[in-house]
Design a protein around this ligand. Structure first.
Ligand code: HEC
Ligand code: HEC
Length: 295
């Protein structure tokens, strides 16, 4: 009898500990919310972050940032919402603190609104406080669109947002970019772009069965399971084997052909047309240097 009682108690304690571990709040380093954002820099960051390519229905010439086409994943279809400055249909009513929390901790203004990682906040969390303020100013300067985006099409249990809190506790660490002091500023800028705002890792790094990035296989590509399905490896060895050098990488990201004299297609076509082709030459140089692991 006694043994059973102890056993039940042990199970209860372990269970409670597990629940606490999975559903405790996920918070990161505090951001400076007194910084004043610059809408012009913010507009550039909308390109750097690829926000436009996901949050705009490009195929149907939808209004900019008013909601993207659904992203089909093994867990359901996620529709990037309207993030124009409209106060009801978009995010125009959000404070900088609420916006910052979404970008840095994957949390919405509601108490239980935890975002799905189809929104790559696990990349954007690396962005600097000034960039978050700039991005906010950039979004507030967008044309408001009164039409809300369609809801997600995700079935039980994945439609339970509280589950995303458990996901975050298991796989997500809110943090800022830490430069590697051994490497050049150029390389560090490139790594920041690839892992932070440019979120190249969101597609080019494989994911585990829970849809979390497997950073031990950084940029190694995957046959399936990423937001873009099958994606090629873009680690230095693979790029060199494909015939890329720094100039060629810059050219392809500007909209040119690859070493096989073909244009990159599928979602990479949109990453290029709506994102990287608008990047400054300095940022393209940096990402090309980083991808080839050159200083
Ligand atoms: C890969 C596609 C993708 C990219 C790139 C992306 N988003 Fe999103 N975003 C989403 C999805 C999907 C959601 C919905 C998440 C959810 O409901 O849990 C979302 C949600 C949001 C939200 C919350 C809006 C709301 O009404 O709840 C904000 C704010 C946001 N994104 C801003 C941005 C910004 C700013 C950028 C660029 C720096 C960006 N997103 C880039 C897919 C994307
Ligand atoms: C939304 C998912 C997605 C994101 C984000 C993304 N890629 Fe890609 N990328 C792809 C896919 C899919 C392909 C394969 C394209 C094809 O099949 O033609 C690809 C191909 C490539 C190629 C090879 C092109 C070729 O045809 O030789 C390079 C280089 C590349 N990506 C670099 C990048 C860089 C740099 C970033 C970040 C700025 C990035 N990608 C972000 C999905 C993505």
């Amino acid at each position: 009898m006694k043994v059973w009682r102890w056993l039940v108690l042990a199970v209860l304690i372990v269970g409670a500990g597990l629940l606490w571990f999975l559903f405790k709040p996920v918070t990161g380093p505090e951001r400076d919310l007194t910084l004043v954002g610059d809408a012009e820099r913010g507009t550039y960051l909308l390109r750097l972050g690829g926000c436009i390519s996901c949050h705009t229905d490009l195929d149907n010439e939808g209004p900019v940032l008013a909601g993207g086409p659904g992203l089909t994943t093994p867990f359901g279809t996620f529709v990037p919402p309207n993030i124009t400055s409209h106060p009801d249909a978009g995010t125009g009513g959000w404070t900088l603190a609420e916006f910052s929390q979404a970008m840095s901790e994957g949390k919405g203004p509601g108490a239980t609104e935890h975002f799905y990682p189809a929104f790559p906040y696990d990349n954007y969390t690396l962005m600097s406080d000034q960039e978050i303020a700039d991005l906010y100013a950039g979004l507030m300067a967008t044309e408001p669109v009164a039409e809300p985006a369609a809801p997600h099409d995700v079935s039980f249990p994945f439609n339970q947002r509280l589950l995303m809190l458990a996901w975050k506790n298991l796989f997500f660490v809110p943090q800022r970019y830490e430069p590697d002091p051994e490497r050049s500023d150029l390389w560090n800028r490139g790594r920041y772009l690839a892992t932070g705002p440019g979120h190249c890792t969101a597609c080019h790094t494989p994911r585990n069965m829970f849809g979390a990035r497997d950073d031990s296989r950084h940029l190694e590509g995957a046959q399936s399971g990423t937001p873009a399905g099958r994606v090629p490896a873009i680690d230095p060895e693979s790029l060199v084997a494909e015939g890329y050098d720094r100039a060629w990488l810059i050219d392809v990201l500007k909209g040119g052909v690859n070493p096989a004299f073909d244009f990159p297609g599928r979602s990479m076509g949109e990453v290029i047309s709506e994102g990287t082709s608008h990047w400054t030459d300095e940022d393209l140089e940096a990402i090309a240097a980083y991808l080839l692991d050159e200083d």
